[in-house]
Design a protein around this ligand. Sequence first.
Ligand SMILES: C[S@@+](CC[C@H](N)C(=O)[O-])C[C@H]1O[C@@H](n2cnc3c(N)ncnc32)[C@H](O)[C@@H]1O
Length: 628
Amino acid sequence: MSLYHETATILTGPSTHGGSLKSRIFGNKDLKSPPAQVYALAFEASKWSAVLKEVVENTQLLQRERKLSPVLSILLTHDLLLNKGGIALPASHGLRASVEKHRVRLQSEFTRARLRRKCPTLDALKAMVDAQLGPAHPRWVRVNAIKSSLDEQLDTTFNGFEIVPTIADVMSPASAGRKLICLDAHVPNLVAASPGTDFTKTSAYKSGAIILQDKASCFPAYLLDPRPEDGDIIDACSAPGNKTTHLAAILHERGFARGQKIFAFEKDKQRAKTLEKMVRTAGSDSVTVIYPGHDFLETDPNSPEFRNVGALLLDPSCSGSGIVGRDDAPQFHLPALTNPPSTSSDASNNNNNNSKSRKRKRRADVKQTGPEPKPGPGTDTTEPESEKDLQTRLSALASFQLAMVVHALSFPVAKKVSYSTCSIHAEENEQVVAAALRSDVARRRGWRVLRRDEQVRGMAEWPVRGQPLSSSSSSSTSGGEDGMEMDSTALEGCVRAEAGDGMGVMGFFVACFVRDGVEKDWEGDPDGPFLRDERGRIARDVDGIPFLKSTGERAFALQEDENDGFPMELRFAEDGDGDDGDGPFEKDAQGRIIRNADGMPRLKRHRVEEQEEEEEGGDDDEWGGFDD
Ligand SMILES: C[S@@+](CC[C@H](N)C(=O)[O-])C[C@H]1O[C@@H](n2cnc3c(N)ncnc32)[C@H](O)[C@@H]1O
């Protein structure tokens, strides 16, 4: 297969497979062409594709050369017009000939495209195209607490990186070529590294000590805040497993309750294989039960298997309209097969990279598999989708998403459910939450949105919140008019992330449903079965287990038999830091585990390091305060 066919295959393959463009290419063992050449062509052609799309359309190249596909037309035109060596194929090759015979026409159309952009020279056009690449997206790295620690990674994988205080420093064009990292201020164990940094060859990546996961994608597990006392956790839509493994990592730091499990559902069997691999690599296989090929909607919430499920993470298929920076390459603009020639106003539209309507229409694809119609090939395109088609697609997605949320809210002892999408559309976000709150099950069981002031520190401090439905809906009828309004407290409880706002995140949405009356279902006591302190909070022992009113004893009997199921006693994972038999966490004089403000238990290791620093007379460690 030629360089051009191989590059075309990479560019039109599912964007959900294999991470960044770089890792998709360099990790592809089947490539016959040199990966560096494929990457250079894919990147450069993508960068120029908005201009080349115009050239191809205006010369009607695709109509003249019926065997040429849209993606190949861009790749070949790129090399013909912009590559010093021209098209890298023998002169007699059919592909090369099919484009070269239109050289004069293509060249003059390219000149017109340049002049329309008011660029007097090719160099000026090159500078403009480079400038339009937009703000670079950082490479987000989550340190997997099951296999490593932030400190260990700072000493190893990030050794040689300069630590800078803000994400703006990491993304600044002035920092190009430097190896920078910034420790995230909102999500524990998360690091932003210079855009395009390739960690896929590091031993930490291969061993699962680090996981490449966008900051916003870390919000759901962090906001759900899984705890030993939550019992079993369901991840309803798991593949490829970023959030499943994040749940496991958070629980690992807190200490899993004995027998506590994460049930990971994945409807797509193929994707379930990726999930299995990721869970194994991340070291969370012993606590994760995978249900490959299993439709979450077909689970029976009342099945004995799920009697201890206290929390669910729901990250269903969505439009994916918020996805940016998944890749280290610019978007690829495909020429239309039948479009009339572009006008100068089309050209100026093409230049308007940041327009909101464009963002909304940007992707015709679906984030992952789901019930909705799938896109055709070439999904990484900017083919406009009509407003009507968009609304039809969004409404199909929203019905599915609502069904998933309502199902999750039906688990008998569940008391927290996070719902997330990487969509920017209110139809999939606030409107789904509003509709779920109005469902029978939500009303009957008292589900509400977790308030901002109840959220873990990083999420409470995150500034971008749910949008009022009338201003966030992409439909011409506002959500409010549809009766989908939410009160301001609930909206404030919703968390959004906005691409391109300087915080280095993709477009994302998450809300956590909670209910306060779970105990009522069990005990018939309006105040629940557990002892409470003077502020009405459930009293818990050092391990977080509540005390029963009836006996004054811990709610769950401690048993040695591991097979007796949850919840019994806490099991601390090996810490490797000289286990003193008293668990890995610092305790106060009363023997209670010391927790940071966000509820994270404080590891003994941190104290030892602080003491060492004090002895060395070092300054306060800026990063030691990360969990505080
Ligand atoms: C957005 S992706 C999940 C990403 C994942 N949470 C992560 O962070 O790596 C949605 C996944 O849900 C799966 N899915 C869709 N409908 C489902 C259903 N009814 N039951 C279980 N899985 C489903 C899709 O196959 C897809 O893999």
